[in-house]
Design a protein around this ligand. Structure first.
Ligand code: SF4
Length: 368
């Protein structure tokens, strides 16, 4: 059992006491029940005495300036730079995790940057970023830190972007997304079996998050599905997923099908063949979705944005690089005037200069 000193943190929200004396964390649908000194599955929320604490407040696994396309977001300030950071831990346990060094961290050696919310907002503003992304690991589990950083960013006119698996309960979901301007939600598959077997989670709460975003907020969001050969890439599953998105969220929510590479506990699967991504895209387009993209490969034809009114190419893209820009300043097609769904604000990038594919690490705060 860990000591109270080793579990130092800030008071966490969303928990209650059970009759048997344990404290139940109500932040995510895992509902961990904690005795004194125990950590939840996410490892960063723990019981210290008579409260649940967040042990990673103010501690980051690192900061990087990324292109917004890397989140991925193709319809939110395209070409702009975003200051990205995460902490440690995760509330899912995906065997195919592509960020396992951060999400599975069991000690905090990786948390090298001690950064107050205002320091992060100042660093983003000074480096010319238009937004800050809560990414690398899921902001749901560091909610108290994420919302404080987000408030500091908004006070400086910066936007906030959550990259999340959407595995969260109703009240914290509302608190987190009230501070967000955009999100990319990982829809890992479209079967409960996949979530149970490969993520130790469940699909239903993720679908609830997507419907919540669409119908109860103004948050711009896009969906990413990592296609894993033999696990979630069958035409029948892609058809079901696409039909659900079309019916419940509408045709304008962008959908990204991205390529898997063998990682973490899933080394026995081959990388996703590009043809699988292209087939999935075809199926989703046939279901009526207007903006469906391939990811983690070079394929400009399926990474560019086309007008759904007349078919004109509005934004050319090669992976994270903007190769062509034809949108009007208010996000319309110059040929037919149809509005492209998304959040657009002037020309591509920061003050008209696309950030490109660069990834620039930076130090924020006090350091270790
Ligand atoms: S946030 Fe962490 S501690 Fe809370 S229920 Fe989820 S996994 Fe458990």
């Amino acid at each position: 059992m860990e000591t109270r000193e080793s579990l130092a943190g800030v008071p966490g929200r969303y928990w209650h006491r059970l009759d048997d004396g344990r404290l139940q964390c109500d932040l995510c649908p895992r509902f961990c029940r904690l005795r004194d000194g125990q950590r939840g599955l996410c490892f960063v929320r723990a019981r210290a005495g008579e409260e649940v604490v967040l042990t990673t407040y103010g501690r980051s696994s690192g900061f990087c300036i990324d292109p917004i396309e890397k989140k991925p977001l193709n319809h939110f300030l395209p070409g702009s730079s975003v200051l990205s950071f995460g902490t440690a831990g995760c509330n899912l346990a995906c065997k195919f995790c592509q960020n396992w060094d951060i999400s599975k961290a069991r000690e905090f050696d990786r948390l090298t940057d001690l950064a107050a919310p205002e320091a992060i907002a100042a660093a983003a503003a000074e480096s010319g970023c238009r937004s800050v992304a809560y990414t690398y690991n899921d902001p749901v589990i560091f909610l108290e830190y994420a919302v404080d950083v987000a408030a500091a960013c908004r006070a400086r006119g910066l936007r906030n972007v959550a990259v999340t698996a959407g595995y969260v309960t109703a009240a914290p979901r509302a608190e987190l997304f009230a501070q967000m301007d955009a999100a990319n939600v990982d829809l890992k598959a479209f079967t409960e079996g996949f979530y149970k077997k490969l993520c130790a989670g469940s699909l239903a709460p993720v679908l609830e998050t997507l419907e919540y975003l669409r119908h109860e907020t103004d948050v711009w969001f896009e969906i990413t599905t990592l296609l894993i050969p033999g696990e979630n890439d069958s035409p029948a599953e892609i058809e079901a997923l696409s039909a659900w998105v079309m019916e419940r969220l509408g045709p304008d929510v962008p959908l990204h099908f991205t390529a898997f590479h063998p990682d973490w506990k899933m080394l026995d699967k081959p990388p996703t063949p590009p043809e699988t991504l292209l087939r999935a895209r075809r199926i989703a387009r046939e279901a009526g979705l207007r903006h469906v993209y391939s990811g983690n490969i070079h394929h400009e034809a399926t990474q560019s944005t086309f007008c759904h009114g007349c078919g004109a190419r509005l934004i050319g893209r090669d992976w994270y690089e903007i190769t062509h820009w034809a949108l009007t300043a208010d996000g319309r097609c110059p040929e037919c005037g149809t509005a492209c769904p998304g959040r657009f604000d002037g020309p591509a990038g920061d003050k008209g200069r696309p950030w490109g594919r660069r990834r620039v690490p930076m130090r924020v705060g006090l350091g270790a």
